[in-house]
Design a protein around this ligand. Structure first.
Ligand SMILES: [Zn+2]
Length: 75
């Protein structure tokens, strides 16, 4: 278990932003960088190269593809 004091001082090494501690997955997520830092033996691995990329942001809807309008053809 990581101490709350340690979590309080931990920031993302990339953007220096706050991290979200996922106790269930034992990870520290940075929403700004979309990176997930892993925790091994209660030691956060604060290395961008070791972090995993999170999925795409939840914001935004489904992309529009193949919705091409019919062009007015002149003959
Ligand atoms: Zn970050």
């Amino acid at each position: 278990m990581i101490s709350p004091e340690l979590l309080a001082i931990l920031v993302c090494p990339v953007c220096k932003g706050d991290l979200r501690h996922d106790s269930a997955r034992q990870r520290l997520d940075c929403h700004s960088c979309r990176l997930s830092y892993k925790i091994e033996d209660d030691i956060p691995i604060m290395l961008p190269e070791e972090a995993e990329r999170l999925g795409e942001p939840a914001s935004g809807g489904s992309g529009t593809q193949g919705g091409r309008n019919q062009e007015d053809r002149k003959g």
